[in-house]
Design a binder for this molecule. Structure first.
Ligand code: FEO
Ligand code: CA
Ligand code: CA
Ligand code: CA
Length: 689
């Protein structure tokens, strides 16, 4: 099985009672060392078990996963690249029970797939087809392993397992029908051959971070969806160089862009052709082609995990970008709800959505959860964040009433729907602060402060050229980190910022909570948080606060420090905005001039406030965390173990970068598989104590 399953760290039954431990303290476990081993490493005294891996059946009618590239029926199996995840408690009769601790549903994202040269090679017997056209059968598998899974899990005789035959299990894929809701519903920019009324689309794609609403539904963010679409080489002219060309370029699809997997070449069927986001038809409005298809992706999608008969809805009021998580501020009766979101690309922005409706306690446990979603998520105000150098900040509303938006020269906004669809352009118009790739965010249940991971940014430079820009107070680092002999420039290790809401809806204060860095790096410009060997990390990404313990779980998706350690998860017990004073980062530019950046920072971490808890297998990213309400079990996703395997080696297991989880005793075949693990404490205590 996995490592770390031995006796408890303190020695079961042999504790010295003359020095009774005080209460079960947070972070009293022994830290996990950085590791390059092909295992999941956790502290002594804890047990980790594999629960649900790529290909596992979610229906009793589907055979066990052979894991040799011959499996089918992926609409009824676990998808690939498990990502963000939320827990939905179940009562004995299978209905919603927020207090349940031993039975529940896990709703999780299946973000992407391990690929090379177009093909998701571990899914196909011979590694698949790496040239165009792609065979329909391969495309059908690949679209089916994207999306979302909802599975029942239960604890029985002390052991957690998922329930393969549960009638509550279901999948959404890249082709599932989904309704468009909010201001963009029915808009001209959403008209397609599939939905001439602009009210429907198919599929949710590249789902990364998640959220859970106060009324008990699941939110999933669509992140790098644009890469799945192709555009013809002369599509700009075909569109008459209208404003859709500006939009497409801003969202990463210049004309001639190739799609990631070539799904549009699967055949004449509409389900393949929809991946070609070019104007191919003669209609004026796009009702005969898929020129507008990309406008149906890039949203926060609401799903009722408890009821698979309810169609999911894309909540367009929350804007369209590379969405990560969607975290709610504290719900206060009589006040609007706030939802925080990040856009993960270099130099993109942080956002807040504030509902028009004010929170009613009667909505916490409704009979029709999606109707409550309509009430709160389809109408409100969307803001982008501006960070000021003095530690204050402004939420700037993105609306036609804002003259910077209405009068924007680069893109002529027509209406609120246009802003919902082209949110990035509206945030450009108001001069929001370019951040170092905003990944997940999470709200500290202790004080309502909002934490964002900023994973890394190679475009930050002291001497910017081309698309680069200077560091600023909220993204203050630009340095070089060596990975072997290769230089990594910008902010390769990432950081976390946190925000505290101000007296008005448009004001906040902030600091840099923590800087990722190698423990041995220079403490004035790189390892500013003075991380030790038990704390150092790079490229923070997944971020979840435990409601049971208050621990802030930080997960990494790293490529900078992976010469020293596989990706990891740390437990943190943070303080509050402004608790660490200010630091000055003093740079010398190439021309000899000085650049001083003063930035507010968090109080330095100690061994009782930050400690590594887990290191994943080779090639994996650690992402997604859900917990039972008692804090005694956590579910964590291990994404893309072995992703560094060469496609040419798919037939030779000895050449796989990773053989996890088969090397942990789970499942058939040796091909590495993304999987959910469950972690419990051997003494039955809360995780992280
Ligand atoms: Fe989905 Fe940006 O990690
Ligand atoms: Ca390094
Ligand atoms: Ca991620
Ligand atoms: Ca990432």
């Amino acid at each position: 099985m996995l490592t770390g399953c031995g006796p408890t760290a303190r020695g079961a039954g042999v504790e010295d009672n003359s020095t009774p431990p005080s209460k079960p303290e947070l972070l009293s476990y022994n830290p996990v060392a950085k590791s390059l081993a092909d295992v999941v490493s956790i502290p002594a005294g804890y047990t980790a078990s594999v629960l649900f891996a790529l290909g596992d059946p979610i229906s009793a009618s589907v055979p066990a996963y052979k894991n040799d590239g011959t499996d089918g029926d992926f609409e009824q199996r676990a998808g690939d690249h498990h990502d963000g995840m939320e827990w939905f408690g179940l009562s004995a009769n299978g209905s919603r029970d927020d207090n349940a601790t031993e039975r529940g549903l896990l709703a999780m994202n299946h973000e992407a797939t391990t690929d090379e040269k177009l093909s998701s090679f571990f899914l196909h017997a011979n590694g698949g087809t790496s040239t165009l056209p792609r065979p329909a059968a391969e495309v059908d598998k690949e679209t089916a392993i994207h999306g979302v899974a909802v599975i029942e899990v239960a604890k029985s005789a002390g052991k957690w397992a998922y329930v393969p035959g549960s009638s509550q299990n279901f999948r959404l894929t890249a082709l599932s029908p989904i309704e468009i809701a909010g201001p963009a519903r029915g808009h001209a920019q959403l008209i397609t051959k599939y939905s001439p009324t602009g009210t429907m689309t198919r599929g949710t794609l590249n789902n990364c971070g998640t959220g859970k609403t106060p009324w008990g539904t699941f939110l999933t963010g669509e992140e790098n969806w644009f890469g799945y679409f192709t555009r013809g080489a002369a599509d700009d002219a075909a569109r008459g160089n209208d404003k859709s060309v500006t939009s497409l370029k801003r969202y990463g699809r210049s004309q001639g862009a190739a799609s990631r997997h070539g799904w549009e070449t699967g055949g004449a069927d509409d389900k393949y052709q929809r991946w070609n986001n070019s104007k191919t038809g003669a209609s004026a409005n796009g009702s005969d082609d898929y020129r507008n298809e990309m406008n149906g992706m890039g949203y926060i999608v609401e799903i009722d995990a408890y009821d698979k008969t309810r169609m999911a809805k894309k909540r367009t009021a929350l804007g369209r970008f590379a969405h990560e998580s969607a975290a709610f501020g504290k719900a206060v009766v009589g006040q609007p709800l706030s939802i925080y979101m990040g856009d993960d690309s270099r130099g993109e922005y942080i956002y807040k959505f504030v509902t028009t409706a004010v929170w009613s306690a009667a909505d916490a446990n409704p009979t029709d959860r999606m109707a409550v979603g309509d009430k709160y998520l389809d109408s409100g105000k969307l803001y982008a964040a501006k960070f000021n150098a003095d530690g204050t900040g402004t939420w700037v509303e993105l609306a036609m009433t804002n003259t910077a938006v209405a009068g924007y020269a680069t893109y002529k906004f027509a209406d609120a729907a246009d802003i919902a669809i082209n949110t990035r352009l509206a945030a450009d118009a108001v001069g929001a602060t370019k951040m170092d790739r905003p990944e997940w965010n999470a709200v500290n249940p202790a004080n309502g402060e909002i934490y964002f991971t900023l994973t890394n940014n190679s475009n930050r430079s002291i001497d910017p050229t081309g698309s680069q820009y200077l560091p600023d107070a909220s993204n203050p680092r630009a340095y070089t980190d060596m990975k072997g002999t290769s230089k990594q420039n910008g902010n390769p290790n990432g950081h976390l910022v946190r925000l505290k809401e101000g007296a008005s809806v448009s004001s906040f204060s902030w600091d840099v909570y923590l800087f990722g860095a190698e423990a041995g790096a220079d403490k004035s410009l790189v390892n500013i948080s003075a991380l030790t060997a038990d704390q150092d990390f790079s490229s923070p990404d997944g971020l979840v606060f435990s409601k049971a313990t208050g621990i802030c779980w930080i997960q990494t998706d790293d490529g900078a420090y992976t010469d020293v350690s596989n990706c990891m998860m740390l437990a943190a017990v943070p303080g509050q905005v402004g608790d660490g004073g200010k630091k000055t980062l003093s740079y010398t530019k190439a021309d000899g001039s000085k650049l001083d950046i003063v930035t507010p920072v968090g109080k330095a971490a100690t061994e009782s406030t930050l400690k590594r808890f887990l290191v994943g297998p080779k090639g994996s990213e650690i992402t997604g965390l859900a917990e039972t309400p008692d804090g005694k079990a956590i579910f964590v996703n291990i994404q893309h173990p072995g992703e560094g395997t060469a496609m040419a080696n798919v037939g030779d297991a000895t050449k796989y970068q990773s053989q996890w989880p088969s090397n942990a005793g789970y499942g058939a075949g040796k091909r590495p598989r993304s999987a959910t693990i469950v972690i419990t404490k051997n003494d039955g205590g809360k995780i992280g104590t």
